[in-house]
Design a protein around this ligand. Structure first.
Ligand SMILES: [Zn+2]
Length: 282
């Protein structure tokens, strides 16, 4: 079979393939979570619908940002702009895909730490942390403001590195898989988690990031790879029975469990001091 034909087909149908994969993995894990839980399905639906409403609000913004991103990636390619063009062999698959993948994952780690460190950014990111129950739907619990901030950071990373559309697509696919699985409601067995966790972010690692109290909230920032947390000393462990999801500064159910309460969260006066306190303590 002609490899070029397969490559062309994949590039042409990339959005359909990505959405199809995302929905399949999401639905499979959602059903598994339901089968292994004693929680009534009506509660799970309610929780999922609330988080889904957030991604639906952010979707138009995400679409516009993606168009800008594709245009920017085209510009850096045509102008041979960015770090990759300073390297000896920028068109080799090892540089273009493997090295760039690692660099972009490291930059995502930087992004995530920045969102926790800078007070005005934390006010948007904390929305993701205020989910009192972690399951696959928490993956899409993101304030539309963070969708814009995340895209602006990605523009900067593409401008600095010269990342191609192809590596961005590859990364987006792997990132979606990693994000959905790391938010799933169950952890891996200790042995499997230990082996996979040397390189990858597992649910066992990411669940600790969603513990309601510091210092755990400010640890385990990795996206696909766990190596950055190891390298920079931000990796922590906490047994499942001691992990409590949510955020200690935002435990008011009337706010974190309704749509208007969530979208207004970054702008609430009372929350500002809590957010600043979080930064100060972090
Ligand atoms: Zn976070």
């Amino acid at each position: 079979m002609d490899l070029h034909l397969i490559k062309d087909y994949l590039i042409e149908h990339v959005s359909t393939i990505q959405v199809g994969l995302y929905i399949s993995i999401f639905t499979t894990l959602w059903v598994f979570e339901h089968c292994y839980s004693i929680e009534p399905i009506s509660h799970k639906w309610k929780h999922t619908s609330l988080n889904a409403l957030l991604i639906c609000s952010a979707l138009p913004l995400q679409l516009v940002m993606t168009l800008f991103l594709i245009a920017l990636a085209g510009w850096v390619k045509s102008h041979h702009w960015g770090l990759i063009y300073l390297l000896p062999n920028p068109s080799s698959p090892w540089t273009k895909y493997v090295l760039m993948f690692f660099i972009l994952d490291f930059l995502d780690y930087v992004y995530h730490r920045t969102m926790h460190r800078v007070a005005p950014l934390w006010r948007f990111h904390l929305v993701h942390h205020t989910d009192p129950k972690l399951d696959v739907s928490t993956t899409v619990r993101e304030h539309p403001g963070e969708t814009v901030i995340r895209s602006l950071f990605l523009f900067l990373w593409v401008f600095l590195t010269g990342a191609s559309v192809e590596v961005l697509i590859l990364r987006q696919t792997c990132q979606s898989f990693a994000n959905i699985t790391s938010h799933a409601a169950f952890r891996l067995s200790p042995r499997l988690a230990k082996v996979l966790g040397w390189l990858f972010v597992t649910p066992n690692i990411h669940h600790v990031h969603h513990h309601f109290q510091l210092p755990y909230t400010n640890s385990n920032f990795g996206d696909v790879f766990s190596i950055w947390d190891r390298l920079f000393g931000t990796l922590t462990e906490l047994p499942a029975q001691e992990t409590v999801f949510g955020l200690d500064t935002h435990m008011d159910e009337s706010i974190h469990s309704n749509y208007l309460g969530i979208v207004s969260m970054p702008f609430r006066k009372g929350n500002r001091s809590s957010a600043d306190e979080e930064i100060k303590r972090g």
